[in-house]
Design a binder for this molecule. Structure first.
Ligand code: 3PG
Length: 306
């Protein structure tokens, strides 16, 4: 019988697990759950005899992939798959998929909430500013960026985007102004919301040069990945400017150094962009259905290691 392991250090909401179980069992497969595991060894043991693996930000390293003796498919229930060793998976002929778009609304709502939190003095009751009329830059116009733009327009923000991988017309039809360079995005916008993936091309690219271009009071919102920020630059920009603000749900390594910067720096205690039951249900069930489709009919839609 096909065995599907759901391995989540940060578990899905119960409703999502129930939904995954229903999809898996209705297909005649068996569900194995490994939640809140604390040792990598637990994952190595659990993956040994399963055909399929569903994960969130859990690290599917070379070691994990090699431990999966009969593993055929890994689905990252979410967007970013920088936690999966694609080379190791491809070498073993394992298909890797993500579930694009399934948790985007949750992340987009958090990004907007973070802007409000910074604009309103961290909800401490002090006088703040409004989002209406401010310029928002969407750095990468994918599934999340698009929803952030849509919500921001409801707030009366002027929305700009930079994304060399999306056709200008496609962005413009959403009423969003396209800027041709990343420098232009940062120098134009009061708020920049990051939605780029973490990969060899993007790591540490948000640097001092770029951040120093932001207008007075500029606020960077990062619900993407901490790796895209150059942390030395982050420390330097805070030292060079007393108006710059940064908010994120993925705390940088220099978090304790920055946390004294009241009202200018904030990191949530845990990564929480996709922490809603809706996002868990959408991404978890999509992952389960993708596994059923792959095992039963070889459907490889959403494969990322082609
Ligand atoms: C994603 O890439 O989908 C988001 O960062 C959410 O990740 P999570 O499932 O670990 O919360």
């Amino acid at each position: 019988m096909t065995k599907v392991l759901v391995a989540t250090e940060k578990p899905f909401a119960k409703a999502a697990v129930d939904g995954i179980r229903k999809v898996v069992e209705e297909a005649g497969f068996q569900l194995v759950l490994l939640e809140k595991y604390t040792a990598q060894n637990d994952l190595l043991k659990a993956v040994a005899d399963v055909d399929a693996l569903i994960i969130r930000s859990d690290k599917a390293t070379k070691e994990v992939i090699e431990a999966g003796k009969i593993l055929k498919i890994i689905v990252r229930a979410g967007a970013g798959y920088d936690n999966v060793d694609l080379v190791a998976a491809t070498e073993k002929g394992i298909v890797v998929m993500n579930t694009p778009g399934q948790n985007s609304n949750a992340v987009a709502e958090l990004a907007i909430g973070m802007m409000l939190f910074m604009a309103r003095g961290n909800f401490k009751g002090i006088s703040g500013t409004e989002l209406k009329g401010k310029k928002l830059g969407i750095h990468a116009y994918g599934n999340v960026g698009k929803i952030v733009a849509q919500i921001a327009k409801g707030f009366g923000m002027q929305v700009f985007a930079f994304d060399p991988f999306v056709a200008k017309e496609q962005i413009e039809k959403d009423g969003v102004k396209v800027l041709n360079t990343v420098e232009e995005l940062y120098s134009t916008c009061n708020y920049v919301s990051l939605h780029i993936p973490a990969n060899e091309k993007t790591k540490s690219t948000i640097n001092f040069d770029l951040l120093s271009k932001m207008p007075k009071g500029g606020t960077l919102v990062n619900t993407a990945r901490k790796e895209v920020i150059c942390e030395d630059s982050l420390k330097s920009i805070f030292a060079a400017r007393d108006d710059f603000k940064y908010i994120t749900d993925i705390a940088p390594a220099c978090h304790s150094e920055l946390s004294a910067l009241e009202n200018r720096y904030y990191a949530t205690p845990k990564k929480q962009g996709a922490e809603t039951s809706e996002a868990n249900i959408n991404a978890g069930i999509a992952a389960a259905k993708q596994i059923v489709g792959f095992v039963k009919s070889g459907n490889k839609t959403f494969q990322v290691n082609k």
